[in-house]
Design a binder for this molecule. Sequence first.
Ligand SMILES: [Zn+2]
Length: 400
Amino acid sequence: MADAVVRTDVGVLVDGDRITAVDDEKRLRSEAAGAEVVDCARGVLTPGFVDSHTHAIFGRARYEEQELRAAGVPYMEIARRGGGIHASVRDLRERSEDELFALAEPRLRALAASGVTTVEVKSGYGLSLADELKSLRVVRRLAESLPMRVRATWLGAHEIPLEFRARANGRREYVELLVHEMLPAVAQERLASYADVFCEPGVFTVEESREILSAARAAGLAIKLHADELVAGGGAELAGELGAVSADHLAAISDAGIAALAAHGTVATLLPGTMLFLGKRDQAPARRLVEAGVPVALATDFNPGTSPTPTFPLVLTLGVSQLRLSVAEAMLAGTVNGAAALGLADRVGQLSAGFSADLALWDVDDVRELPYWYGAGRCRASWTRGKPCHAHDLALPFPR
Ligand SMILES: [Zn+2]
């Protein structure tokens, strides 16, 4: 993860949607005479960021919970007053696909404005067959209409909905619904590339998670897990066992969990913005993960309850200041390893010949300024698949 290279006076040659060369600028200009030239003038060009963990499909924001948390009101009491994840579920169920699309679209544009060129978006506030399908259809429309690359994750197992919690055998019934009704429908419509489960005591057990994710894997979906966020409950071990592309959160991961991720090459996706926003001190053990050989990714966890930030470089700041990563490690965590967390590492996340032309141009002189100017918006422009994704710098020759 220390293997990041900074080069100066280089050009990036793009043909269609691919990078075909990264080389000395003068040589490229003579070799590719006649090519359209975008003169970046100065600044730093990086691979576009890969935000591999978001929950961007939701209705209203939940800002009132922040003050309650600050005042020490426990989560159960916030839920009793109508807040928490069940509030987002109630709200999403009442909204149409068009309404959800109109709400999500500017959120993803805000992420793009912070240098993100690939974003993963989860369902998980529907928790019924119809509402999970509705959420994933919104993700598909976003993928078709936005310039950025959008990948969908089915997270029907985000929580056990209240109407099932209220029934004696409700847990079991909901798992049956997930495996035998929701998953086949998602797979049939090809609405998601990944399946995810919130594996945590009180939500889905390791056994339930194994059952749901094994079925999803058999249906052709790649596997992701919310694991070990609050307690070391065996989630990371399960991620390794199932060959998951990523295990996410991991603030409480055990030594056995770290060993399991290292053994299977599963990406540890860390979400330091969530801990910051919740006012928690215990961040995931990033250094121990890196030293154990686990590929570490950083993501926003963009969601209405615990991480409402659309600013990817802020996550780099936290990666360095809170997780104690080097800038090179944080950059790789937001690009190469973010792509690996989506199974895209062979074609996304690098400025290298053969990779997708996903680039971000920054109004800085040194890459170390990206985590330094924390909270700042310094992305001048970005491209996904060789086409403009975000345009802020009006001097660049972009269509408006
Ligand atoms: Zn999440």
